[in-house]
Design a protein around this ligand. Sequence first.
Ligand code: N01
Length: 544
Amino acid sequence: MSTNAQQPSLSNQELDVLVVGAGFGGAYQLYRLRQAGFSVKVFESASNLGGTWYWNCYPGSRVDSDFSIYQFSMEELWKDWSWSERFPGQKELVEYFDYVDKKLDLRRDITFDTRVTAAHFDTTTNRWVVTTQNGITVRPRFLILCTGFASKPLIPDYKGLGTFKGVIHHTSRWPQEGVKWAGKRVGVIGTGASGVQVIQECGPDVSHLTVFQRTPNLALPMVQRKLDEKAQKKMKEEMYPYIFRRRLQTFGGFHFDTIKTSLFDLTPEELYLELDELWSKGGFHFWLGAHFDTFTDERANDELYAFWQKKVKARINDPEMQRKLAPIVAPHPFGTKRPCLEQRYYEVYNQPNVTLIDINENPISEITPKGVKTRDGVEHELDILVLATGFDAVTGSIAQIDIRGTDGVLIGEKWGKGLSTYLGLTSANFPNMFFLYGPHGPTAFCNGPTCAEIQGDWIVDCLKYMRDKHFTRIEPKKAAEDGWVKKVNEIFSAGLWNKAKSWYTGANVPGKVIESLNFTGGVPLYLQMCREVVEKGYEGFVLS
Ligand code: N01
């Protein structure tokens, strides 16, 4: 699929822009920057477009946002594209990327199978010197990191991990050719969105499934449905432009928003019926469409959890399973750890071939050649071990690259002491470098296509402004960065987010500073703050 014919001639090129990554962010940057007349190339470590959708090809992998908002908003794209399901699967998303690639003729400027290993800023030329694993060096004026929030897998350092004699894969490094698990003994460590999707997919197929759960997932019903062509056509004609504008006006970048009044304004009966309606709608309605005080007030949040617990418990037969999967006391406030969308997940635990191990009660002591040994001395023998253990999310994608700014300090070293960015787009001492769908952006509280467009447009407009004014260097001031960090943390502490150990805060990675990795003020506020900076002549930046 990949074509790297242009590779040798790339070396030492002085490009306007080098984009890293060809997922939603990178594809959009390439399209917009080319349109604006910049010379731009994309380096992508995978063999095809798609970013996270290329890598996460495990069975059951599926998007958690409605098809209507989880796509680019350009009419030239949506007018000829139809989705087959409300929540499309990974294969369909890869097909969508192929379609976008053909429509926008992207591939000719993307070099695949090319991992960027280092980027050092050269203060004499005001250019980045970017090198790749396969020996390419380019010198772009601007470096735009579209590396996504989940490109650095988190592999637990269990004793004996390397000794396992069966098949072992992290969900985000699943072999493209697939893994045959029918009739096999499968173990899954981790019950985040990836774990839930794998578990519900393999449960009915395998001879035995052993799930190692640390924290129960407060999963929501997906309410999946097939889409028909005719209804979609009507929707495109009558609603799409409104939906795309609407996603810029709502907290989570969805077509629906949180309810601004207090949950306590309702009678218990009104509340029950309202929650039931949100539940029946499926998707994130029960979370991002609920009362806003459930994000800030633990008592309001408890109401969501109580409703969730009752609904889920009713689907599980065994009291022990009920206790582990839907405990009476919430493991954390509802939604402070990203919920995922499930289809038949809880029913899997009613199957006789499924064992659920709560590793808080009975921790994993080691991985053996035959399987997983728990503290009670039992060795769970397995043919396949799935690590659904998540990511060094948000910052890890960027910090894993040897990126050095004006003072020679690594970006990972700078952020290792505490995350600091300006606008979730730039960082002091790293001139001419931008990132999107990453640290301090609306990232986890938005979605890929929306972030790619809102942050991507800001970056392209900035580059056009610089070209018009004959500037060759842009860098945020330290004071502006400090102000942004303060603001991000203030907004964050008004919510309940730090009451959960999750990838939202880095608490899932041993030793990582626990802090807000995202901008939690919602899309409209984020847009407003970014717009104000521009209106004030790129306030907080030094341009030269
Ligand atoms: O990762 P996670 P994910 N020993 O970090 C457990 C998106 N996504 O890949 O909760 C044992 O959520 C960990 O336990 P705990 C989506 O935004 C979307 O599932 O930390 N267990 C947890 O159960 C999602 O939110 C889709 O106690 C260990 C799990 O592993 C985000 O990506 C599909 C462990 C990790 O869950 C991340 O999801 C997939 C250890 N040492 C992903 N370390 C869609 O549906 C971690 N765990 C679009």
